[in-house]
Design a protein around this ligand. Structure first.
Ligand code: NAP
Length: 335
């Protein structure tokens, strides 16, 4: 019997938060495999803030997803049939699966999928988070751009998220004083009690600016910026001379028509080094970085956490959870 594939196709572009109405749930039958193709069943979808950017028709680092196209996403899939000698049944792969239950791998797409090694005590889904996009992003942002020195003060925003939680722990590994900014008491407790952050500030409390000042008595040397807007403004105002601002993401603007621009005068006054970066620039260095992250994880120096919802239909809700802050650690959809 032929298999069917359910997929979420982009139906309209969101104005503000993502809605289920922005997607069409389509069903298609899966064709017989041609020579060189493999079919993989998607197990986990990686839910990333950049998906909100891909849905918008604005200049960006990849083409926006076209209306009618399967929504782009990263994911982990298991090969169920193969006519490609490079992939065998049971192989687990990470790559651009799209928001769908099955992904057809063949031709040039095959190159974008990486096999996931089987490592004792490491879950497959870790290759989408701490050992995947988020761990690698935190690793390169910290080691290549921030270059943390022992005793420096690092502030991380969206600190209890998939990327921020790893960036902060890498700061601890390098001997920094690490202060996280996050949106709930539960998140702040996790950062200080489980991940070893020196302090965590709940930006939803009215006196958070005073608390940030108290937690950074020597000023701030590194801002690992995931949020932008008011949070970035406040962090920048406490930067030390010649500090480094690693612009990883600006999630507070992604749902807005006009994300606005922070005043950058501090950059001049404090002679800051501000650098944006994209993980895609570091592809040749992925293996070495993933090896280092894996060692830290195995030796208990990196802890991670996942927030998982079930079912393809929930993927739009899961994207929104990144913006309402309902995730702790990596946001995943399990299929
Ligand atoms: N440069 C790159 O190559 C690259 C790669 C991956 C990710 N990123 C960026 O890294 C950042 C984090 O991504 P992630 O995948 O790790 O997501 P995440 O941090 O796991 O989830 C997003 C978090 O952002 C916080 N947030 C959302 N809207 C906010 C707002 N208006 N103000 C303050 N906090 C807000 C929420 O936590 P709270 O409860 O704390 O509000 C939420 O949990 C994003 O900006 C993303 O675009 C960049």
């Amino acid at each position: 019997m032929s298999k069917t594939n359910r997929q979420l196709r982009l139906k309209s572009r969101p104005k503000g938060p993502v809605s289920r109405d922005n997607f069409e749930l389509a069903t298609q039958s899966i064709p017989e495999l041609a020579e060189g193709q493999a079919l993989a069943r998607v197990r986990y979808l990686s839910i990333d803030p950049t998906m909100r950017i891909w849905m918008a028709d604005i200049p960006q680092y990849m083409p926006p997803v076209a209306i009618g196209e399967v929504m782009r996403s990263f994911g982990l899939a298991e090969v169920v049939e193969s006519r490609n000698p490079d992939f065998k049944r049971g192989d687990k792969l990470v790559g651009f699966t799209g928001l769908q239950e099955y992904t057809l791998i063949g031709g040039s797409e095959a190159r974008s999928f990486q096999k996931v090694p089987s490592i004792p005590l490491v879950s497959d889904s870790a290759f989408l988070g701490v050992l995947g996009i988020n761990g690698l992003t935190a690793y390169f942002g910290m080691t290549d751009i921030a270059k943390p020195q022992k005793g420096e003060t690092l502030v991380v925003s969206a600190a209890a998220g998939a990327t921020g939680s790893i960036a902060g722990q890498i700061g601890k590994i390098h001997g920094c004083r690490v202060v996280g900014i996050a949106g709930s008491v539960e998140k702040c407790s996790w950062l200080t009690e489980k991940l070893g952050f020196d302090a965590a500030i709940n930006y939803k409390q009215p006196d958070w600016r005073e608390k940030l000042a108290a937690a950074t008595p020597q000023g701030i040397d590194i801002d690992f910026e995931n949020v932008g807007g008011e949070i970035m403004h406040t962090v920048l105002s406490r930067m030390n001379l010649f500090g480094r601002v690693v612009v990883c993401g600006l999630i507070s603007g992604y749902n807005k028509e006009d994300p606005g621009l922070a005043s950058f005068a501090t950059v001049i006054i404090k002679r800051l080094r501000v650098q944006g970066f994209l993980l895609v620039d570091y592809v040749p260095k992925f293996t070495d970085a993933a090896t280092q992250l894996g060692k830290w994880k195995l030796f208990g120096k990196l802890k991670d956490r996942e927030t998982i919802v079930n079912g393809l239909e929930k993927a739009p809700d899961a994207i929104n959870m990144l913006f309402t802050g309902e995730n702790i650690g990596k946001m995943l959809v399990e299929l």
